[in-house]
Design a protein around this ligand. Structure first.
Ligand SMILES: NC(=O)C1=CN([C@@H]2O[C@H](COP(=O)(O)OP(=O)(O)OC[C@H]3O[C@@H](n4cnc5c(N)ncnc54)[C@H](OP(=O)(O)O)[C@@H]3O)[C@@H](O)[C@H]2O)C=CC1
Ligand SMILES: O=C(CO)COP(=O)(O)O
Length: 340
C-alpha cells in the first residue's frame, strides 16, 4: 500500500516538506488556508509566492479543503506559523480518527501563554494521538532544491519518530530520531531570537567576533532555559540546537536574521517586517522566551535585550551596550541555577 501524508500549511516550509515527501514516493496532499491560493498551486504546479521555480511532483495534490486533507491521510504534518498552531489543531480535531498521528514542523511557543507546542497539542487533542516534532537546520529553499540536509524528529514514541523520519529520509535528506521533544522544541523556538540578535549586530556594523560571541552565549541561554523546562543537554549540541542556531545566525536566507539586520540598519520593526513579508517567528518567541525566563528565574540576557528592542523601543545600539556593560563573570556555570 502506498504511504500517504497530509501537510497542513502551504508556506515555504510546508510546501518544501510536502515536495520532499512526494519525491520520496509518498502520496501527499498539501493544505493551504486560502482556497484560491491552494487552487492556483494545484493548477500551476508551483508555489510561486513561497518557492518560485520549484515544480510540484505529480503525486502531490494541493487542496484548500481541510476535511479532504484529513480524509486523505491519517498521518498529518502541521507546518503553519506558531500563531496559527492552536487554531489549526482545534479545526482538525473534529475530523481526527483513532489512527491519526500528528507531527509538526512549526518553530515557536504558543503566542498567548508561552506554552511549548507539545503542551498546546496535549491540551487541544488530549494525550491520545501520537505526536512528533521536526526541527533542525533546514532552509525550505535548499530542501526544495534537493541540497543535502539533516533534521531531527522527536517523539516519545520511537516507532512514530521513525515513521515520520522514514517519510522524509533519503540520500539527500537525513532524518534522525530523538525522544527529547522538549529540548528539540526549545532549540527551534529560541534560535530565532538569537538570529535576530545576530542580525542586529551585523546591521550595526559589528564583526565576526561579535557574531561568534552571540552564537555561543546564545547557545548557553538556550541550554539554560531548555534544561529548566526538562530538555536534555545533549539535544542543544545537536541539529535542533547548535545546528539551527549556526544556520540562522550566519546565513541571510534566515528571515529572522534579515529582520535583525534591518533593525540594526535603522529600519523600524514594521518596515523590516513588510520588507520580509513572511513569517518572522523570533518576534513572538522573544516575548515568550523572555517571560518564560522571568517565570523560571533563568538568565537570558541576549533574549532580554532583543525583547526590549522589539517591545519597549530600546535602541539596538543601547541593547548591545547593555550586554557589554554586564558584570565580569566565569564563562561556565551550572545549567540550572540554585535559588535556595
Ligand atoms: N521556511 C523555512 O525554511 C522553515 C520554517 N520553519 C517553520 O515553519 C513554520 C511555517 O513557516 P513558513 O512556512 O516558513 O512560513 P511562510 O511565511 O513561508 O508561510 C506561512 C504560511 O502560513 C499561512 N498562514 C498564515 N496564517 C495562517 C493561518 N491562520 N492558518 C493556516 N495557515 C496560515 C500563510 O498563508 P498566506 O500566504 O495566506 O499568508 C503561508 O502559507 C514556522 O514556524 C517556521 O519557523 C521551520 C524550518 C524551516
Ligand atoms: O528555521 C529555519 C531554518 O532552520 C528558517 O529560519 P527563518 O525562519 O529565520 O528563515
Amino acid at each position: 500500500m502506498p504511504r500517504t501524508l497530509s501537510v497542513l500549511g502551504a508556506g515555504s516550509w510546508g510546501t518544501a516538506l510536502a515536495i520532499q515527501a512526494a519525491r520520496n514516493g509518498c502520496q501527499t496532499m498539501l493544505w493551504g488556508h486560502n482556497p484560491q491560493q491552494a487552487n492556483l498551486l494545484q493548477q500551476t504546479r508551483e508555489n510561486a509566492r513561497y518557492l518560485p521555480g520549484i515544480k510540484l511532483p505529480d503525486n502531490l495534490t494541493v487542496s484548500g479543503n481541510l476535511q479532504e486533507c484529513l480524509n486523505f491521510s491519517t498521518l498529518l504534518l502541521v507546518s503553519v506559523p506558531s500563531h496559527a498552531f492552536k487554531t489549526t489543531l482545534e479545526n482538525i480535531k473534529p475530523f481526527l480518527s483513532p489512527s491519526s498521528r500528528i507531527a509538526w514542523a512549526t518553530k515557536g511557543f504558543d503566542s498567548h501563554n508561552g506554552a511549548l507546542l507539545s503542551s498546546v497539542a496535549a491540551s487541544v487533542l488530549g494525550n491520545q494521538a501520537l505526536t512528533a516534532v521536526l526541527s533542525g537546520p533546514t532552509f525550505a529553499r535548499e530542501v526544495a532544491d534537493g541540497l543535502p540536509t539533516a533534521i531531527t524528529v522527536a517523539s516519545t514514541s520511537n516507532q512514530f519518530a521513525t515513521e515520520v523520519a522514514s517519510i522524509l529520509h533519503n540520500q539527500c535528506f537525513r532524518a534522525y530520531t530523538s525522544n527529547d521533544i522538549i529540548g528539540v522544541q526549545v532549540g527551534g523556538a529560541c534560535k530565532n531570537v538569537l538570529a535576530i540578535a545576530a542580525g542586529i549586530a551585523d546591521g550595526l556594523g559589528f564583526g565576526a567576533n561579535t557574531r561568534a560571541a552571540l552564537i555561543t552565549r546564545g547557545l548557553t541561554e538556550i541550554m539554560r532555559l531548555g534544561a529548566r523546562l526538562g530538555g536534555h543537554p545533549d539535544t542543544f549540541m545537536g541539529l535542533a540546537g547548535l545546528g539551527d542556531l549556526i544556520l540562522t545566525c550566519t546565513d541571510n536566507q534566515s528571515r529572522n536574521r534579515r529582520f535583525g539586520l534591518a533593525l540594526g540598519q535603522g529600519k523600524s520593526k514594521d518596515a523590516a517586517l513588510a520588507e520580509i513579508a513572511q513569517s518572522v517567528e523570533g518576534i513572538s518567541a522573544a516575548r515568550e522566551a523572555y517571560l518564560l525566563a522571568q517565570k523560571h528565574h533563568v538568565e537570558m540576557p541576549i533574549t532580554e535585550q532583543v525583547y526590549q528592542v522589539l517591545f519597549n523601543n530600546l535602541a539596538p545600539r543601547q541593547a548591545v551596550h547593555n550586554l557589554l556593560a554586564r558584570e565580569q563573570k566565569p564563562e561556565t556555570q551550572p545549567l540550572i541555577a540554585s535559588h535556595a
